[in-house]
Design a protein around this ligand. Structure first.
Ligand code: ADP
Ligand code: MG
Length: 415
């Protein structure tokens, strides 16, 4: 067995772990990292099939010694148990499949189906916001996976865009069951776990001993779905404050806004669904099954990632051209005029996206100003840039990839 340096980059193919693993698979470059795990691309030596392997150092050497070793092993055994439960029967198409599990004296190797397109988090960082149609496709998959998880008496407890993976066709796969718990007779969930911005009010209140809340249940996952859906549509989370305590208070009070101008372009149906998910009282919050019945999901459409349909694309293009011609006729002016850009640049969707991208690049986290988190406030002043140069600046800013801050979880396991 060779010593392995987790900092090796993509050129370090042929890394060897314990024989139990490396006789069957070849580990390749790093796909992602957790607190006590590294996820690498790997290849089955017989079939050449590619997978993702989550490699967990179970010695606890980097995490405080033997006591930690036992805790790490127990945590990951729980994850494996739950993953196996999720795979029973047919499994679910939107839940990551555990293909193989190999145990050695130093490592656990969890071999998963490979999600070529990585995290929904990175996808959102690249596109800033998603259309209602894409949000519908993604949230339908996420909530239907949550319904399946709940039907097996399991709570995920760490749903967030970093733990929602996308395969080559952008099909959603819920992953990271490291925080998941099984609800059995006499089991009450009380501990604070997950990631602050996605935590449900009842979990926070329970851990703080507020309002006599003695435990929480599956509805915490539906709260997280509300946070995710809000974030997908406008590219920022509903609850955020530089001071964490103020953010947690806003969550416990269910204080969030569909602020202008970002939400002006978005129809009422998704807003209605979000407002039925972000309900402080878990008894009044929708269940996963109820959420799937919401009118937002009743519209049928081809899921993203399906094959190209030239006829449908042509029809859509004709409709768009027709619509634009009619609009120009009725407005008697350009739809986005230099005047409207000069008056309120942030009110123009394309410019708003570019400006938001620049803001991410500059601040590397959600920008906050005033009481609510309000990136629009940054651009509320009259434009200082010469409007003639605006096009050049925008095209160069759109080429850069904005970065959102990654949310870290409160407990050691998930990130
Ligand atoms: P942790 O519990 O340490 O957070 P995760 O299971 O969330 O570990 O994996 C960490 C990261 O590794 C993920 O956020 C993702 O970027 C990457 N990853 C995990 N599983 C896969 C997979 N099946 N395909 C591609 N990337 C993956
Ligand atoms: Mg994770």
């Amino acid at each position: 067995m060779m010593t392995v340096d987790d900092n090796q980059d993509e050129t370090d193919f042929g890394i060897e772990y314990d024989d139990a693993f490396s006789s069957k698979y070849m580990a390749k470059h790093i796909l992602g990292r957790g607190v006590s795990s590294t996820v690498r691309l790997c290849c089955n030596r017989n079939t050449n099939e590619e997978y993702a392997v989550k490699i967990i150092d179970i010695t606890g050497q980097n995490h405080g010694g033997d006591n930690r070793a036992e805790a790490i092993q127990e945590e990951y055994r729980n994850e494996i148990l739950i993953l196996n439960k999720m795979a029973e029967g047919e499994g679910h198409p939107n839940i990551i499949a555990l293909i193989d599990f190999i145990e050695s004296p130093t490592y656990f190797f969890l071999v998963f189906e490979l999600c070529h397109s990585g995290e929904l988090f990175d996808y959102l960082t690249a596109v800033i916001t998603l259309s209602e149609k894409k949000t519908r496709a993604i949230m339908r998959s996420v909530i239907s996976a949550v319904a399946y998880i709940h039907s097996h008496n399991i709570v995920h407890r760490d749903l967030k865009p970093e733990n929602i993976l996308l395969d080559a066709n952008l099909k959603v796969k819920i992953s990271d069951f490291g925080m998941a718990a099984e609800l059995t007779e006499g089991v009450y969930l009380r501990e604070l776990c997950g990631t602050p911005g996605y935590m449900a009010p009842e979990m926070l209140k329970c851990s703080m001993g507020l309002e006599n809340i003695s435990s929480y249940g599956q509805k915490i996952d539906l709260w997280a779905c509300g946070v995710i859906m809000y974030t997908l549509l406008v590219g920022r989370p509903p609850f955020w404050h530089r001071k964490k305590m103020l953010m947690l208070r806003a969550i416990m009070e269910g204080r969030y806004r569909f602020g202008s101008p970002e939400w002006d372009d978005i129809s009422d149906t998704p807003k209605d669904l979000i407002s039925k998910l972000l309900v402080v009282d878990p008894k009044l919050r929708l269940t996963a099954e109820e959420a799937l019945e919401h009118p937002f999901f009743q519209q049928t459409e081809v899921p993203i990632g399906t094959t190209f349909n030239a006829r449908r694309k042509f029809k859509a293009a004709c409709l768009v051209v027709y619509g634009v011609v009619r609009l120009r006729h009725y407005c008697g002016q350009r739809i986005i005029s230099p005047h409207s850009i000069q008056e309120n640049p942030y009110g123009v969707k394309a410019i708003r996206k570019a400006l938001d991208g620049c803001a991410f690049n500059i601040y590397r986290h959600w920008v906050k100003k005033g009481q609510g988190q309000d990136r629009a406030a940054l651009f509320a002043n009259s434009p200082k840039m010469d409007i003639k140069n605006l096009n050049n600046s925008l095209s160069s800013s759109q080429q850069t990839t904005p970065t959102m801050s990654r949310s870290s979880s409160t407990t050691g396991m998930a990130t």
